[in-house]
Design a protein around this ligand. Structure first.
Ligand code: HEM
Ligand code: HEM
Ligand SMILES: [Fe+2]
Length: 458
């Protein structure tokens, strides 16, 4: 860490991780409701706990993205952040807005559009925060007059994410029209512009952790982002199969979304080969785990498990069943949770003014492997539940609730795996707060060689 203002990333990571912990509480509550009886039904029913669970996910991941950007941009552009004060104000407003939204959901203040349930004033405040963030980042880059491809991809991803939130502000009375545009935000976020953010952060981490040649890494970054776009934009149509639009969307959606995994497998190979060439030599091995892990788990959760139900002939049976959260959990975890945890793990020694190898604690590895195995178990639990559900409900014609009763054993497995997962999250958070940050500590590792000693600045 070379620039004093990079420190502003730390409070962003604090907020992100606290919200991550809270997201687990609402995940466990949502899962427990499947087993019943539900003593909390009048206080917060399933729809409320689930919307809080998913909204917390989106908010904390975005907080992590913004923190990561404040960390990355000064190093890439070789300058201090334009306004640290603005970054703090933005975090304050963003956090208060998030708390208001969650409390509002508990009292039924919701727009009810899955994943975009935020009421209009909350949405408008999100837009204001995004504008503050983008202004600060653009002014930083403008001030320095220098930008790299890596940060260009990262910042363009976030700017486009803000732009694509605008369709979420529109309200339609016709359900088909409404759902048609909902995917412009939801799908184009997770299978388009957020992928740019992941790929940008991945490139940044790989260059630092492997010392690989920047020019070569950035050339491949263009290829991966290009592939994501070619398939991902038209791939939106894999959500148009059964929503009341013309039938030609079926082959278009099937074909283009089936191409999407290519880019994701390419990304996994990109990460693995970059690290292998360097002999995995960087002292922050835990950050290597999270970084390569993110690319590989994305190929599995988003690529493979997305492909599993993206073809119309399959999706006809699986649409809206527990197969969807099977894929949703593992895709989100690999692509966005793991990349944020990778940046945090990489940056932590620098906030604490310690050597890169200081992350080598058993607790850090437990946090990694418990989350990884817990998420794998949860994915299997949702998958087995989903397959049984499709067979009983959609093929045998058993009623929805009768089917749910038969699925309870899978929910016991889900909760078992989720407890393992939550233990991993708790250890990560504990490990994070254990390392006391020092505001004046700077570790000059910008050469890519992290063994450079601490140089402290008053
Ligand atoms: C990191 C990338 C991805 C993430 C985070 C992600 C996440 C999600 C989530 C959360 C949903 C549920 C959305 C909702 O119902 O509102 C979903 C649905 C879906 N995803 Fe993905 N996804 C990713 C990539 C992919 C890819 C690459 C494919 C195809 C190869 C794919 C195929 C699908 C399909 C077909 C559905 C609809 C399921 C249904 O009909 O119920 N996803 N995804
Ligand atoms: C303690 C761990 C967790 C538990 C017990 C849990 C449980 C659940 C349950 C029961 C649902 C509702 C599924 C349904 O609609 O029937 C859900 C939805 C969801 N959760 Fe989790 N979850 C956990 C952690 C996570 C994590 C770490 C992520 C992100 C990586 C995540 C992302 C999601 C998403 C995107 C949905 C919406 C999926 C969809 O609508 O298809 N959850 N979760
Ligand atoms: Fe999609």
């Amino acid at each position: 860490m070379r620039y004093r203002s990079q420190w502003v990333a730390y409070p962003y990571f604090v907020v992100a991780l606290l919200l991550y912990g809270l997201q687990m509480v609402f995940g466990l509550l949502s899962a427990a409701k499947y087993l019943g009886p539900d003593p909390l039904i009048n206080l917060m029913a399933f729809d409320v706990t689930k919307e809080i669970h998913t909204n917390l996910l989106i908010v904390w991941v975005l907080t992590g993205f913004m923190g990561a950007t404040y960390y990355v941009v000064p190093e890439e552009s070789r300058t201090e952040i334009y306004s640290v004060k603005l970054a703090y104000w933005q975090l304050g407003i963003w956090t208060v807005n998030g708390v208001v939204a969650v409390v509002g959901y508990l009292f039924g203040w919701t727009e009810g559009n899955k994943l975009l349930e935020q009421p209009v004033p909350v949405k408008l405040t999100i837009v204001v925060c995004m504008l503050m963030f983008l202004y600060n980042i653009f002014m930083t880059i403008r001030k320095s007059g220098r930008w790299t491809t890596t940060e260009g991809v990262l910042v363009s991803g976030l700017a486009l994410a803000a732009l694509l939130y605008l369709p979420a502000l529109l309200q339609f009375h016709n359900y088909t029209v409404s759902i048609f545009y909902r995917w412009w935000t939801v799908h184009l976020w997770v299978e388009g512009v957020w992928e740019m953010v992941q790929a940008g952060l991945l490139a940044y981490l790989l260059i630092r952790l492997s010392g690989a040649d920047r020019e070569m890494m950035e050339k491949w970054l263009y290829v991966i982002v290009g592939l994501v776009f070619i398939a991902g934009i038209i791939g939106t149509a894999h959500h148009y199969y059964w929503v009341g639009v013309p039938q030609y969307w079926l082959p278009i959606g099937g074909f283009f979304s089936a191409l999407e995994p290519l880019a994701l497998f390419g990304m996994a190979m990109y990460a693995y080969f970059a690290m292998r060439r360097s002999g995995f030599a960087h002292p922050n091995k835990l950050a290597i785990h999270w970084t390569v892990g993110s690319a590989v788990y994305t190929a599995f959760g988003a690529g493979l498990l997305g492909l599993a139900h993206t073809w119309p002939a399959v999706n006809k049976w699986t649409h809206g069943t527990l197969i969807t959260p099977m894929h949703g959990h593992s895709a989100f975890f690999g692509a966005y949770v793991m990349i944020v945890l990778a940046v945090i793990t990489y940056a932590m020694p620098h906030f604490a003014g310690r050597e890169d190898s200081s992350r080598e604690s058993p607790m850090g590895y437990w946090a990694f492997w418990l989350q990884l195995s817990g998420m794998f178990g949860m994915t299997l639990a949702f998958a087995t539940a989903g397959i049984a559900q499709v067979y009983m409900e959609r093929i045998m014609g058993v009623g929805y609730l009768d089917t749910q009763l038969k699925l309870q054993v899978h929910f016991l497995m889900l909760i078992g795996a989720a407890i393992i997962f939550t233990a991993g999250v708790a250890l990560f958070i504990w490990d994070f707060f254990r390392a006391v940050p020092i505001r004046t500590a700077f570790l000059d590792n910008t050469s890519g060689d992290a063994s450079v000693p601490v140089s402290s600045v008053a």
